[in-house]
Design a protein around this ligand. Structure first.
Ligand code: GDP
Length: 361
């Protein structure tokens, strides 16, 4: 579950951004025989620990954790009325794990805004309204049946209460996520089978003019519009240009606009965090790799991400923290210094664990 749907009004720069994303597609780079879906960009999550480990172990390649960005095309306004494209649009969003809204903040008289003026606040409201209306329909459809069931079966009461609370929030024009009813939390559990859209975590990409990239006052204002969701500021055209350059040239271009990393790198990192994921690391001469797990995953669950047999046959995990490994310089030295731990099946993985699993096959 690592997919983020990209949505937004027409002409805000979604295609420009998505094209830049696919130029960084790690599938295309690392798995020559992978099927590349035209509407999915698989982007590596930048992690400065990976090159360090690769150097220690002389790894032939580095495989970062990835996030799938899905380009969700289709008109937005009126989508909740369930006409053709609108239905497909909502169905596609339903399949993603988080929603990334691209918002136009750049000024350009040559690029028409569908509503005639550039207003991040209005655009966010337009999109959120469609998602909220779609959820409201879902909720209103199940309520009468739930109310009837609750009169007969006592254990339906908590679900009925949760759906009623959700309805009140949606009617007030708020997304469920913004009110703490977020997918994966206990509060959202009774709503799980409704597959609501606005329980998904949201993040916002502001497509800004280059001079706004360093305008802290402007950025603070936009952040306030979307809090508690994360806001990322980038210039889609600049990202597209960066994707065409080699590392050194890209760095030069970035520095000329006061940035220290591409907006896409920030987007991948923030997106990964928004999904509630973390990584653990493996390293050897063949490859250094970050593996994606849910926060709170146990050692056998982590092993299962590599191969289901590893989870079934799990014996134990030898774990060295990244910092200890770098300080001691090798697995052997970390062991000698007492920094390698043997952990059993109840161990909860921590970010930055470098792991070797022992298992029966
Ligand atoms: P979409 O409809 O949201 O997919 O938007 P597009 O990516 O097709 O962009 C619409 C138009 O806006 C195109 O002409 C782009 O070249 C232009 N555009 C995209 N991003 C920027 C930007 O950051 N600044 C400016 N000035 N134009 C942009």
């Amino acid at each position: 579950s690592t997919s983020i749907g990209i949505v937004g009004l027409p002409n805000v720069g979604k295609s420009t951004l998505f094209n830049a994303l696919t130029k960084n597609d790690v599938l295309a780079a690392n798995y020559p025989f992978a099927t590349i879906e035209p509407n999915v960009g698989v982007v590596g999550v930048p992690d400065p620990r990976l090159p360090k480990l690769a150097e220690l172990f002389g790894s032939a390649r580095i495989l970062p954790a990835t996030v799938d960005f899905v380009d969700i095309a289709g008109i937005v306004r009126g989508a909740s009325e369930g006409e053709g494209l609108g239905n497909k649009f909502l169905a596609n969003i339903r399949e993603t794990d988080a929603i990334c809204q691209v918002i136009r903040a750049f000024k350009d008289d040559n690029v028409v805004h569908v509503d005639g003026k550039v207003s991040p606040k209005d655009d966010i409201e337009t999109i959120n309204t469609e998602l909220i209306l779609a959820d409201l329909q879902t909720v209103e459809k199940v309520l009468p049946r739930l109310a009837k069931e609750a009169r007969i079966k006592k254990d339906v009461a908590p679900k009925l209460a949760a759906v009623e609370e959700a309805k009140a929030i949606l009617e007030a024009g708020d997304t469920l996520f913004s009110k703490g009813i977020a997918q994966g939390t206990e509060k959202a559990a009774p709503l799980h089978d409704l597959h609501l859209l606005t329980t998904k975590p949201f993040l916002y990409v502001f497509n800004v003019d280059e001079d706004e990239l360093t305008d802290d006052t402007f950025k603070a204002e936009q952040r306030a519009l979307v809090a508690p969701a994360e806001a990322i500021f980038l210039n889609a055209k600049l990202e597209a240009d960066l994707a065409e350059l080699d590392d050194e040239e890209a760095l030069e271009l970035l520095q000329s606009v006061g940035q220290d990393e591409p907006g896409l790198a920030t987007l991948a990192r923030v997106g990964f965090e928004t999904l509630g994921l973390q990584t653990y690391l493996t390293a050897g001469p063949k490859e250094t790799r970050a593996w994606t797990i849910d926060k709170g995953a146990t050692a056998p669950q982590a092993a299962g991400v590599i191969h289901t047999d590893f989870e079934r046959g799990f014996i134990k995990a030898e774990i060295i923290s990244f910092d200890d490994l770098v300080t001691t310089g090798s697995i052997a030295d970390a062991r000698a210094a007492g920094k390698a731990r043997m952990e059993g099946k109840d161990y909860v993985m921590r970010d930055g664990d470098v792991v070797e699993f022992r298992f029966n096959v």
